[in-house]
Write a protein that binds this ligand. Structure first.
Ligand code: PA5
Length: 448
């Protein structure tokens, strides 16, 4: 069976193969530290072996709960932010029919999201939709105290209780949080919600293969066993014992690190299958929060192609030469659609007649790759055979383990996010949160 592959040949005009291979010892030592838990942030490495440690009983429990809830709802509202929602959204959007929301009848409950922003219109419009739908809530917060999801949950809980009654609402709410601490853990205990645990040693952005991702995805009908199997197989393919040249994670981490050292400060993750838009959002959080600290780190950006060739293409081709590009390339689409012949040929497209849309897409991909290389943008390819749960599992684990290696090559702790607290402190001070009185006066003066 085919696996995810990486192709770094198209960076050799920018960094030599020998330079990349000179990082072999460092990269494999970093990888070893992740497995042996000897590097920075070693308290947060529970995700490394997670795919091979999830038990059959845990999967059965998640699937049984999901089965019971699925029959009673049209929608599942995932309430969470950052690592507590992006993994679910990445998988769900990659594998859902593009026009599922327009179908007369959906086979599976649809996932919608709340608590990932503070938009008043967003929440109001969501409530309007929920008035007419049968729904369940999966509220996810490791800390149990994050403002955005806590605010959304307060509103949604009240809405659901008013709609179905307090007792029935308890059967339709699942809380995923820390095993012992946090406001959400306490509330779930007091109310008697079904709960799942986010392991203490797994940070939010590495948590997609815990109940954080698995519970909502199972409710929405995705094959979580294949997702985990894909990740488990990628774990085996990226072990420290795997030779550097065959280890996709070590190669990817080393290549992007060297390009960064040569001035390529921004990495854009490109797709030619726009269902991967949220996979890129997940990837941006993973790499941005893991690497961007101590004045260091590649800035992760993303583009959906070919759409963004007509917006960002100009900059990528000719703007400041600080970009590298990583393309997720899907070998075969699920569908098959040919371009028809047209007798009048008014659009001049008969030269494409009989070709599949995907062939045109692939030529756009190859043409763009060469153009970008000519324009000074090195290109890394991540190749997947098809888009399904199994290969998304491979892809996510590949990016996670490569991110750990990258962080260690850079010399930072890839498993903390101290900078995220700065905005919270100011926001709490401005909102007069008890305990922030001294900051409050100061910050209000600054804004005058
Ligand atoms: O990766 C992380 O740790 C963060 O992005 C968190 O997932 C995010 O801030 C949400 O935190 P919590 O789950 O505690 O509400």
């Amino acid at each position: 069976m085919e696996n995810l592959k990486i192709n770094i040949e198209k960076v050799f005009d920018f960094v030599g193969k020998d330079e990349i291979f000179s990082l072999k010892a460092n990269a494999l030592a970093s990888l070893n530290s992740l497995h042996k838990k000897t590097g920075k942030g070693s308290d947060f490495l529970g995700w490394v072996n997670l795919p091979s440690q999830i038990t059959g009983a845990e999967m059965d429990d998640i699937e049984n709960t999901s089965r019971i809830i699925r029959t009673r709802i049209d929608l599942v509202v995932v309430v969470g932010i950052g690592g507590s929602y992006l993994g679910t959204r990445a998988v769900a959007e990659a594998l859902t029919h593009s026009f599922e929301y327009l179908k007369d009848k959906n086979t599976n409950p649809q996932i919608i999201y709340a608590g990932q922003n503070l938009g008043e219109d967003y929440l109001t419009e969501l409530l309007e939709i929920l008035d007419k739908k049968r729904y369940a809530i999966v509220v996810i917060s490791k800390s149990g105290t994050t403002t955005e999801p806590a605010v959304a949950f307060r509103i949604l809980k009240r809405h659901l209780e008013a709609k179905v009654g307090r007792e029935e609402a308890k059967n339709l709410i699942i809380a995923i949080t820390d095993e012992k601490k946090g406001a959400l853990r306490k509330m779930a205990g007091d109310e008697g919600y079904k709960t799942y645990v986010i392991p203490g040693d797994v940070g939010g952005r590495y948590s997609v293969l815990t109940p954080v991702g698995l519970v909502p995805l199972a409710i929405a009908g995705f094959d979580i066993r294949s997702l985990v199997k894909g990740a488990k197989d990628m774990l085996a393919l990226t072990l420290p014992e795997v030779a550097f040249e065959k280890n996709p994670a070590a190669l990817y981490a080393s290549t992007r690190y060297l390009l960064y050292r040569k001035g390529k400060k921004i990495e854009i993750l490109a797709n030619y299958e726009n269902k991967l838009h949220y996979l890129a959002e997940w990837w941006k959080q993973l790499y941005g929060e893991s690497e961007g600290k101590e004045g260091k780190g590649i800035f992760p950006g993303s583009v959906d192609l070919t759409a963004d060739l007509h917006s960002m293409g100009q900059y990528i081709q000719e703007g400041e030469r600080i970009l590298m590009e990583t393309v997720i390339s899907i070998k075969s689409p699920k569908a098959s659609l040919e371009i028809p012949t047209d007798d009048d040929n008014l659009d001049g497209l008969n030269f494409l007649a009989g070709k599949r849309i995907d062939e045109v897409n692939k030529m756009a991909e190859l043409g763009t790759m060469l153009a970008h290389i000519d324009g000074g943008v090195p290109n890394i390819q991540v190749l997947l055979p098809v888009l399904n749960e199994y290969y998304i599992g491979q892809l996510m684990y590949f990016f996670e383990i490569a991110c750990g290696i990258s962080g260690y090559l850079l010399g930072v702790n890839p498993f903390n996010q101290p900078g995220v607290e700065a905005y919270k402190k100011n926001m709490f001070a401005l909102l007069d949160k008890p305990g922030f009185e001294s900051e409050s006066a100061d910050i209000k003066k600054r804004l005058k």
